[in-house]
Structures are given as C-alpha cells and as structure tokens.
Write a protein that binds this ligand. Sequence first.
Ligand SMILES: NC(=O)c1ccc[n+]([C@@H]2O[C@H](COP(=O)([O-])OP(=O)(O)OC[C@H]3O[C@@H](n4cnc5c(N)ncnc54)[C@H](O)[C@@H]3O)[C@@H](O)[C@H]2O)c1
Length: 343
Amino acid sequence: MPDTRPVGWGIIGFGWVARDFAAPAIAAAGHRLVAVCDPGEAARAAAAATLPPDAIHATPEALLANPAVEAVYVATPNHLHRTAVELAAAAGKPVLCEKPMTATLAEAEAMAAAVQRSGMLYGTAFDQRHHPAHRAIRAALRDGLLGTVTTVRIVYACWLDANWSPTGEGDNWRVDPRRAGGGALMDLAPHGLDLVDFLLDEPLRDIAALTQHRVQDYAVDDGAVLLGRTASGVLATLHVAYNHPETLPRRRLEILGTRGLLVAENTMGQDAGGRVTFLDADTGEARPVPVPRPDLSPFTQQMAAFAEAVRSGESGGFSIARDLHTMRLLDRAYRAAENAACL
Ligand SMILES: NC(=O)c1ccc[n+]([C@@H]2O[C@H](COP(=O)([O-])OP(=O)(O)OC[C@H]3O[C@@H](n4cnc5c(N)ncnc54)[C@H](O)[C@@H]3O)[C@@H](O)[C@H]2O)c1
C-alpha cells in the first residue's frame, strides 16, 4: 500500500508565491503547512493568520530544527535559494525550490553538488509541468497528433516596472541583477525552457538569444528572444518580456508539426484554465482539444507530486540534473546575447 499520510511542509520565504499559491496548494493537495520562516515582519504576520507562534521562525535553521517539517519549499529571492536548499538538504529534508534554481550558474552547480552529496530529494518548482492543458498536449504529442514536430513557439510576457510589487510590500528584487541574476530572461524563460523539455521529452541542446533594455528603467533586461534546438532537430522560439502591456494577449504556446498546429492560450502561468486548439493541416479545420480535469491547479498538482515522491522515496518526475541543464541554457543564452552585440 502506498504511504499517503499528509506531509508536513515548512516554507522558507513566505512572500507572494508562497502565500498566494504554495500554501493554499499544500492544503488543497491534502498536506499540512506546519512551519514558516521569513525575516520580514509582514510575512510573519501573514503566517500568524494560520500558524501558531512557535511555528513561525526568523531563520531557516530554526525551521529545520522543527521535527514536524518533513519537506521544505523554498521561495526566497533567487540569490538566497542556494543557502536555504543546502541547509534543508543537510538537515535531511527533501526540498522543492522555486525557479530559477539560483541567481547564477556557478551557484546552481555548487548547490546541485551539495544536494547530490546529501542524497536528498530535490525538485525545482516548475509548476507549469503540472498544468492539465500541458499534460493533455504532451499526451497528444505522444499519440502522434502532430506527426513530426518541427517547432515550439512561446510568448510569455508581463508588465513589470521598477516599482512593481505583488503584495505592496518589500522592494523589487527582480530588477536587481545581484539578487535576481537577470531580468525577464532569467525570470520567465526557465518556465518555457522546462516546458519544451516536458512536452517533447527532449531538452533544448543549442541556444542563442538577444536581450533588450527598451522600456523599463532598471539594470536588468526587460525583454528577450531565445532560439533553441533539440538534439533531434526541433526548433523553439521564446519571447519573454517585462515590457508587455497586460491588456494584450501575452501567454501563448504553439507546437507545429507536419500534420497540424496546437495552440495553447493562457495556459502558461500559475493558475488552471486557458484553452487548447488543434488546427488540422489536412482539412484546415480548428477544433478544441479536450483537457481532462481542466480545473486542477498546477500548484496543487505540483505539491501533490512532490509529497508523493517524499513518501515513496522515489524521484517522481523531479530531476536536479535536468534542472541544472536548464540553468546552463539560461547562462548560455545571456552569454550569447552579450556576444551578439555589434560594436
Ligand atoms: N513558479 C512561479 O510561477 C513563480 C511565481 C512567482 C515567484 N516565483 C519564484 O519564487 C521566489 C519568490 O518570489 P516572490 O515573488 O514570492 O518574492 P517575494 O519578494 O514576494 O517573497 C520573497 C520572501 O522571501 C523572504 N526572505 C528574504 N530573505 C529571506 C531569508 N534569508 N530567509 C527566508 N525568507 C527570506 C522575504 O521577506 C519575502 O517575504 C523567486 O525565486 C521567484 O522567481 C515563482
């Protein structure tokens, strides 16, 4: 019989994504949030709405000493992921860490080595793998709906100005190169790169990119276009941006094959929903693609999947080697963008 007991989760970094998405998802997946750690007063006050005072900590060390914590979710700004993950792994706790793994490739490599030495389960929180529409698309590709897949085209963009804040508190670490590791490319492209790997069962191998600093007044890129190719020859384009008006369509995934085109609108993001359409290359007809359980939240499914891996002792769909490859692609994309400048 599989062990289905609820997992006790601790969260390091109780900001926007942890409060609005991860904590509700832990409960919705049938598990328990048992502790939180955050140096911010506002974050700790928010945690006090659902947790007793002795479950709210100021440091990761205090949270990790709490025996009720069986798994850890890390949602600090990017430059703090490595310390939190390494502390959790050293304390013997499986750890699910937000994307990108870290702010730099060097940190990601060091973190991966430390996690692998610890033998602990690690996952990067690529929630879009768990979106029901993306699962349906993956199944359709495996069934051969598109014939030979030639191209994946992604637009994943938003508006993020210098003063942006999802919670109305804290400063905007996303526009600080040191804490974020980059701009729109670093923040948004990881989802697309991982999704290509998930949908095709094959990662991008080759990558090129151009970045822009076009609209927003900060040091990191506010837009980028990436070009990729898998080992078998599938091409991918990703347009990511922080300078895209949100009143315009801004989340689109297309997969083109010799027999047709799959178009997913508004499926990329933290929530369930969106729609998928198939355009038949033979007839020219467009028809909706049925998505089983379209209401399922990607975040809830992600927490359920990680907890299942914790209980089973198996890696499930999580792989630190795969996630490190995605970090290498991001790093190579930035270096390609730097080298592309025509002086
Ligand atoms: N998967 C997604 O769709 C998604 C969405 C949003 C954010 N994210 C990722 O989640 C992470 C957090 O993003 P956010 O938007 O929630 O940021 P945020 O600024 O809202 O929250 C970060 C929290 O970390 C806390 N913190 C700072 N230093 C800490 C420390 N040393 N120990 C513990 N906590 C500390 C801050 O006080 C803050 O409450 C980032 O890595 C981001 O890229 C992922």
